[in-house]
Design a protein around this ligand. Structure first.
Ligand code: SF4
Ligand code: SF4
Length: 309
C-alpha cells in the first residue's frame, strides 16, 4: 500500500497508474527521501509536509503527529481543504467513547446519586483516595489529580491551580465505577493476562480487546510508544521491547507491552492487569479501561475543557 506522509493514497491516484507521479511513501521510508530529492531536482523545492515528516520521523501526519493539522496544512492550498481539517480537529476532540454494546458512553445520573449516598470514609479507605479539605474526593488518575464532586455530579482535573471540568464521559464513568466498586483488597503486584481473568469469556468476539490501533501507531516507533506512556506517568518495566505500568486508578494499574515489528514478526501490543483487578472492576469496565488507555496513548487531546470549579 503506497500512502504519502500527508495521507494521500497513491494507490488510488491515476497519476501513479500512468507513471506520472511516484509515491511519496511514509515519512520513515526510503521512497520519501527519493521523492524529496526528485522534487528538489525538478522544482527547486520539496514538499514542506514531506520534509517535515522525514525530519520528525513521522510515518503519517494524520495518524501519528500530535501537531496535525499544523500550519503546513493550513497555510498551503494542498492537499486538504479547511473543511476537512476542521472536521479532523472537531472529531478528535469528541473522542470515541463507545460501550461494549457499541452505543456512545453516557453517564446515568443514578451512578452519581449512588456515589453521593456512599459513606465518604468507606470510599476513601476502599479506593485509596482522600477527602478534599473543603468538599469532594481527591483521586489520583495516571499522573493527574481529579476532584470528584458527587453532589454536583461533576468530575474535575487539576490544571495549573484550577479545577477544570472533565466532559469525557468514559473517564467520568470509569472514575465513578472505581469509587463505587473498589473494595478493601490491595494490589497483588502479580500481572495477569486477560485469559487468566475469571471473566475472560467476556473478552471474545465483539468484546475482544482492540489493541490493533496501538500496534499500527507504535509498531515501528518504539520512541513514540515510550513518549506516550511516559506522558501518562508510566513506569518503565524490563519486559518486551518496551513496557510500562500505568497507574490509572490507585488500585487499578494497567501494564502495556510492545514488541516492535521486525523482518520476521508483525508488531504486537499486549496488556496485563493486576491479579486483583476483578475485585474492583466488572468485565465491561475493564474493557472500557483498556480502550481509554489506548485512546490516551494515541492522542494528546486534553481531558478537560470548559468550566472551572
Ligand atoms: S502533499 Fe507532500 S506528502 Fe502529500 S502527496 Fe503531495 S508531495 Fe507527497
Ligand atoms: S508538524 Fe505537520 S507536516 Fe510535520 S509531521 Fe506533523 S503534521 Fe506533518
Amino acid at each position: 500500500m503506497a500512502t504519502g506522509a500527508c495521507g494521500i493514497s497513491c494507490d488510488a491516484c491515476r497519476l501513479q497508474l500512468l507513471g506520472m507521479c511516484s509515491s511519496c511513501g511514509s515519512g520513515r521510508s526510503e521512497e520519501a527521501k527519493n521523492k524529496t530529492a526528485a522534487q528538489l531536482r525538478l522544482f527547486g523545492a520539496a514538499c514542506p509536509v514531506l520534509v517535515c515528516a522525514i525530519e520528525k520521523r513521522i510515518a503519517y501526519c494524520m495518524r501519528d503527529c500530535e501537531s496535525f493539522p499544523c500550519d503546513k496544512f493550513r497555510t498551503g492550498p494542498y492537499p486538504f481543504s479547511e473543511g476537512f481539517l476542521s472536521m479532523q480537529e472537531r472529531r478528535r476532540r469528541e473522542g470515541s467513547n463507545r460501550s461494549p454494546s457499541g452505543d456512545l458512553v453516557k453517564v446515568s445520573p443514578r451512578y452519581w446519586e449512588d456515589l453521593a449516598r456512599k459513606d465518604p470514609k468507606i470510599i476513601c479507605s476502599d479506593a485509596d483516595v482522600t477527602l478534599h479539605p473543603q468538599s469532594g474526593i481527591l483521586m489520583p488518575f495516571l499522573n493527574e489529580w481529579f476532584l470528584v464532586d458527587a453532589a454536583g455530579k461533576s468530575l474535575y482535573r487539576e490544571c495549573r491551580g484550577s479545577w477544570i471540568r472533565i466532559e469525557d464521559q468514559l473517564i467520568v464513568l470509569l472514575s465513578i465505577l472505581y469509587l463505587l466498586g473498589a473494595n478493601p483488597r490491595g494490589l497483588s503486584n502479580r500481572p495477569v493476562s486477560v485469559k487468566q481473568l475469571k471473566c475472560s469469556h467476556f473478552f471474545r468476539g465483539p468484546h475482544e480487546l482492540n489493541l490493533n490501533p496501538l500496534e499500527m501507531r507504535f509498531g515501528e516507533d518504539l520512541e513514540g510508544f515510550k513518549r506516550a506512556a511516559e506522558g501518562l506517568g508510566g513506569t518503565p518495566l524490563p519486559m518486551a521491547d518496551a513496557a510500562y505500568m500505568l497507574k490509572v486508578f490507585p488500585k487499578v494499574p494497567l501494564y502495556v507491552l510492545l514488541w516492535e515489528q521486525d523482518e520476521e514478526f508483525e508488531a504486537r501490543v499486549s496488556v496485563l492487569f493486576d491479579q486483583s483487578v476483578e475485585a474492583h472492576f466488572a468485565a465491561d469496565a475493564i474493557w472500557g479501561l483498556v480502550n481509554l488507555v489506548s485512546r490516551l496513548m494515541l492522542t494528546s487531546v486534553p481531558l478537560g475543557s470548559g468550566t472551572s470549579h
